[in-house]
Structures are given as structure tokens and as C-alpha cells.
Design a protein around this ligand. Structure first.
Ligand code: FRU
Length: 477
């Protein structure tokens, strides 16, 4: 199906031209250009471990919203002894004294994954040469059940690397290594281990994947990690704390995105303006067959600026570049005390939209936002918010999102602290992606409209519910 005919294929979210996409890899900005590499199977719409290959796709952008597809950047080597014979799995891009260098996981079925290096002398980062010394690191001997994915940074004269892992009898772990040259690594011990409070009812899983560690300012660091259990990618956990020597002393932890598996394996980078930008994998909620029929699977999230809020917690907001896509504006002004002023119905907003509003809700007040409604209301996605004590609770109900058989239509639930002062609600819809931010707390989801005329928006505030002011924009791009 071509993009123009596919009501589900996102416009300003990166998807593979054909085939499968999972984790973002090697995110960076160099000489003004943003590079997004990603886990990619160019031959089929399933993970390359099932059929096809796991390679690195590559796209570039100058605004994080319009992406140009470049040739596949890394493919597994075919030799029997090749360290990445069965896949070039996730990794990062670092600058080694002027040489762009990828640190990625070489996969060998039955043996697991090992860190590998590849370098480029191409200013456009299209071509890569794998290091003959690959793999450059073995897992430490003590009880490591999983060992892959890399976060690499420079500290003084030293490279530091965190490899995501599972530890027997422990669960998820971030294992720290140090190196003078990226080639020879010494194990320093676990930077952090699970389970961490608030990151999952059943503990933190058997392993963590795609651990990312980055400074937040104010002496604080953040860590994000994919929670993996028995082969299932469950949700993304996060922690905020202080790096003390070789460990992360954790003050706060939780689930990063209330959409759970719909925002997985995030990676972040520092852009040339000094923003910490995070991108995750918006997994599919439809069947492999539906993806195969569409010709694509998986999207990258809207890039989000992450920062430490006044409440010492991690906050996320879409990059401000999204505002450049804004077209027709529809004002929103709901007043719970005004009969007739509590509801608003907008038609023909478009299949891509941006809602930004200030919420001042009275205790117990409710706001319902109907997204992507078809004119006959046969399909609609409902966002519901309620002020409950010191929290704003919000749900995204997807049971009426589509008439198509099969997709996951479970309700997703989030919460944000609320002290009665106005907070920002932001909602981005781009065909099958929905991303909600309530006071900086994200909830990402997929919905599968079967019709391209699903584009109305309604808002309704409960009586005496407070005030909601803002704008709904039609987005281009
Ligand atoms: C996370 C992950 C990583 C791995 C990659 C393989 O989704 O499982 O741990 O490197 O995907 O594609």
C-alpha cells in the first residue's frame, strides 16, 4: 500500500521505507544534520531474528520531523565466524577524536551478543568499516544471562560504557566498563541493578535492554532502560540520581511512559543546541500479518526534550520544531462554570493534529477529549483526564479506535502530580501514533484508524470543572 493510501502510516514520525523497524540507534547531530539509525529488517515486516536480517537503517533530517532515507548502514557479515553473523543489534555513535565510531551488539545465535566497533571516514556517515578486532568485549563471568546494547560516553581521559544485562537471581542490570581506547575494556561492576521501586509490579524483568545514562544538570543523572521478561519487551523504566564513583545512587524511579510497551528502547543524545533529545520505538499493536500487508512495521516516537522538572522528576516534551508543522488553528476555551461553554466539537482537523492546552481543573473535575472521530462516530479514541486529590489521572481508551479486527485496544493509564495550579496538556496524533503529555508525563500509543476521514476532535469538561484554554492545530508534514 502506498503511503498516500495508508491511513495508518505516520507522516512526521520516522518509519522504514519498507520492512521492520525497532530500536533507535546511533542518534546524533553532526554539522547541523540529525542522524537516526535504527534496528531494521529491510526484507520483511518482522524482526530479523524471525526472518530476514537485523541491520541498521539510516535516515537524516535537519528538523527531526522530515527524514531522508539513506542506504542501509550496517549489515551482518555472512562468514561463519563473523561476530555479527546473525544481526547487527542495538548501539550508539560516538566521536573518537574525530572518527565517527559505532559501538553495537554483534549477534550470534546460540552464543548471544558481544560489543563490536565500526568506523566511518564518510562525512555523511553512509559507509562503515567493521573493526577486525570485533568483538571487543566478553561479558564478565558472574551470572550474566543477557548482555547487549551500549551507552558510551567520555569522562576525562576515559571512555565509559554501560552494557545492558540480566543477572541470575537479580534481574535487570547496567554493567559498567572503562577503556582508554574503545578496544580494550575493564569491568568496573554494576552501575545499577533491579528491581527498582515503581518500575513494575512483577519486578524489573529478567533483564534490562538499551540502558541509557545521561546528565540532567544540577548534579543529577538519569537512567532509562527497557524492561524485558522472557523475551517480551514490557515497558521503559527510569531512574534519577547521582553518579557516585562507579554507581548510580538512585533517588527516584518509575515507569517512564504510561503507554508501556508502546514507548520502548529509548535512546537520547545531546544536540548542538544543548538539548537532551530522547527518541523511543513506538511498537506496533497490530498483527505481523497486518504489518506485512501494509509493508512497514514500527515507528520512532516524536523526539522529546527531557529535563529535570522543579519537582526533581524527569519531564518530557515534544521538540519545539513540531510547531513548524502547525497549519490551521482551532481555538479552545472551555469554562466549566458556563453552560454551553463546556463542550467543543471540531470537524476536519486532519489526520495529523497537535493539541496544546492549559488545564486548570477543580478537584474531581473531568475532561474528555475525543480524538480522530469519524463523522458517524464509528471510530474514536478517547482521552479522559480527572483531577483526583494530588494527581491528574488520565486514560486513553482505544476500544472504539478502529473497526479493523485484531489490534490491541486495551486502555492505557497514566498519572501526573497535580497541586491545582495549571498544567500543560499536549497531544500529538499522526495517523496511527498518539502521544499524550500531561504535565510532562508521556503516554504513547498506537491506534489503527481504518478510514482516512477519522479526523474530528471533541472536548468536554464536566460542570464546574475549571478552565481549559489552548489550540488544536492541523499539522502538515
Ligand atoms: C530491544 C532489543 C535490543 C536488541 C535489539 C535487537 O528492542 O531487543 O536489546 O539489541 O532489540 O533488534
Amino acid at each position: 500500500m502506498s503511503t498516500a493510501d495508508d491511513p495508518q502510516r505516520p507522516g512526521f514520525h520516522l518509519t522504514a521505507p519498507y520492512g521492520w523497524l525497532n530500536d533507535p540507534n546511533g542518534l546524533a547531530q553532526r554539522d547541523g544534520t540529525f542522524h537516526a539509525f535504527y534496528q531494521h529488517n529491510p526484507y520483511a515486516c518482522v524482526h530479523g531474528d524471525v526472518r530476514g536480517v537485523t541491520a541498521w537503517g539510516h535516515a537524516t533530517s535537519t528538523d527531526l520531523l522530515h527524514w531522508d532515507h539513506l542506504p542501509v548502514a550496517l549489515l551482518p557479515d555472512t562468514g561463519e565466524d563473523a561476530p555479527d553473523r546473525d544481526g547487527c543489534w542495538s548501539g550508539v555513535l560516538v566521536d573518537d577524536h574525530g572518527t565517527p565510531t559505532l559501538v553495537y551488539s554483534g549477534n550470534r545465535r546460540g552464543e548471544g551478543q558481544r560489543p563490536c566497533l565500526a568506523t566511518s571516514d564518510d562525512p555523511d556517515l553512509r559507509t562503515w568499516t567493521k573493526d577486525p578486532g570485533n568483538p571487543v568485549l566478553d561479558p564478565p563471568p558472574d551470572g550474566v544471562t543477557e548482555f547487549r546494547d551500549h551507552c558510551v560516553w567520555r569522562e576525562g581521559d576515559e571512555w565509559r560504557q554501560v552494557v545492558s544485562a540480566g543477572l541470575d537471581g537479580v534481574g535487570g542490570a547496567a554493567l559498567l566498563f572503562g577503556s582508554a581506547d574503545l578496544h580494550s575494556w575493564a569491568y568496573r561492576g554494576p552501575l545499577a541493578t533491579g528491581p527498582l521501586p515503581g518500575t513494575g509490579e512483577t519486578g524489573d524483568g529478567d533483564a534490562w535492554e538499551c540502558v541509557d545514562v545521561f546528565p540532567l544538570g544540577h548534579g543529577r543523572h538519569a537512567m532509562t532502560f527497557g524492561v524485558w521478561r522472557e523475551g517480551r519487551t514490557l515497558w521503559t523504566g527510569y531512574a534519577v540520581g547521582h553518579l557516585v564513583g562507579d554507581t548510580l545512587s538512585i533517588d527516584r524511579s518509575g515507569v517512564l511512559d504510561a503507554g508501556l510497551r508502546y514507548f520502548y528502547a529509548p535512546q537520547s543524545f545531546l544536540d548542538e543546541r544543548g538539548r537532551r533529545v530522547m527518541v523511543g520505538w513506538l511498537q506496533e499493536g497490530r498483527s505481523d500479518e497486518a504489518c506485512e500487508e501494509a509493508g512497514w512495521s514500527g515507528a520512532l516516537s516524536v523526539p522529546r526534550v527531557v529535563s529535570l522538572g522543579d519537582d526533581d522528576d524527569l519531564h518530557s516534551a515534544p521538540v519545539e520544531e513540531v510547531a513548524t508543522l502547525r497549519g490551521e488553528a482551532h481555538p479552545v476555551d472551555l469554562d466549566g462554570s458556563r453552560d454551553g461553554g463546556r463542550a467543543l466539537s471540531l470537524d476536519r482537523v486532519g489526520v495529523r493534529l497537535d493539541l496544546e492546552a492549559e488545564l486548570a481543573l477543580e478537584p474531581g473535575a473531568e475532561l474528555e477529549v475525543g480524538l480522530r472521530r469519524t463523522p458517524d462516530d464509528a471510530e474514536r479514541t478517547l482521552l479522559h483526564l480527572q483531577a483526583c486529590g494530588s494527581e491528574l489521572r488520565f486514560t486513553l481508551a482505544r476500544d472504539q479506535s478502529t473497526l479493523e479486527p485484531g489490534p490491541d485496544t486495551s486502555t492505557l493509564r497514566g498519572r501526573a502530580p497535580y497541586d491545582g495550579r495549571p498544567v500543560t496538556l499536549r497531544v500529538l496524533v499522526d495517523h496511527s501514533t498518539v502521544e499524550v503529555f500531561v504535565a510532562g508525563r508521556p503516554l504513547s500509543a498506537r491506534v489503527y484508524p481504518s478510514r482516512s476521514d477519522a479526523e474530528g476532535v471533541t472536548l468536554e469538561l464536566s460542570p464546574a470543572g475549571g478552565r481549559v484554554t489552548g489550540t488544536v492545530w492541523t499539522l502538515s508534514g
